[in-house]
Design a protein around this ligand. Structure first.
Ligand code: SAM
Length: 194
């Protein structure tokens, strides 16, 4: 993964979701990592909104909590140490179908030994659940990295899943920071239509 490429795609992801965020909105970060996306989401839904953040690594929870505390946005976020395949269980029923933005940033926690990565089996379960939770007019973004071992098959599986979505209900687009190539990171965007 080229850091400058993924940073540019991260900014693109933030640009894509920004219009759907407002005070009071509900959002999900399905892969906390170091908490950059959660912090961004929390800033944009404060003071009355809520962000639900998921990761399977305690280190991600700790890093994200520190960022939120520093920004005085802890109140805005529920941090959950669990696989995103279980995300529906942690979202109150009244928010099902009301989520404005859901972000996935696949792969490994930057700065670690890359042993813990997202896997297509749980990623696809989580994506299906996420689409059900999304509000009409909601948006879901997926940053995918086919350049690392495991990321190639996961990206292929996610792209196949995306190509099978009903295009009358979902608008799907793919963005690259540079020239598209087999190993280039990519931003997949799904907008739920009415
Ligand atoms: C690329 S990082 C996310 C970057 C993050 N969004 C940020 O802003 O820093 C991917 C994260 O996904 C987490 N992860 C891996 N498998 C997961 C799963 N099944 N459920 C939730 N998180 C998972 C990893 O622990 C890692 O922290």
């Amino acid at each position: 993964m080229q850091p400058n490429q993924s940073n540019s795609l991260l900014s693109q992801a933030h640009q894509q979701v920004k219009a759907r965020l407002q005070n009071g909105a509900i959002a999900i970060d399905a892969t906390l990592g170091n908490g950059h996306d959660t912090l961004f989401l929390a800033r944009h839904v404060a003071p009355n909104g809520m962000v639900y953040g998921f990761d399977i690594q305690e280190a991600a929870i700790v890093a994200t909590r520190a960022k939120l505390r520093y920004a005085q946005l802890l109140e805005q976020v529920r941090l959950v140490l669990n696989c995103h395949a279980h995300l529906a269980e942690h979202i109150p029923a009244q928010h099902h179908g009301q989520i404005a933005v859901i972000m996935f940033n696949l792969g490994y926690l930057p700065g670690t030994d890359k042993q813990v990565i997202t896997h297509s089996e749980s990623t696809l379960v989580a994506l299906n659940v996420a689409l059900d939770l999304l509000a009409p007019d909601g948006i879901l973004t997926i940053l995918a990295y086919p350049g690392h071992v495991g990321g190639d098959s996961e990206t292929a599986a996610v792209e196949h899943w995306l190509s099978c979505l009903d295009q009358t209900h979902f608008l799907c687009t793919t963005h690259y920071s540079n020239q598209p190539s087999e190993t280039a990171p990519r931003l997949l965007v799904i907008e739920k239509l009415h």
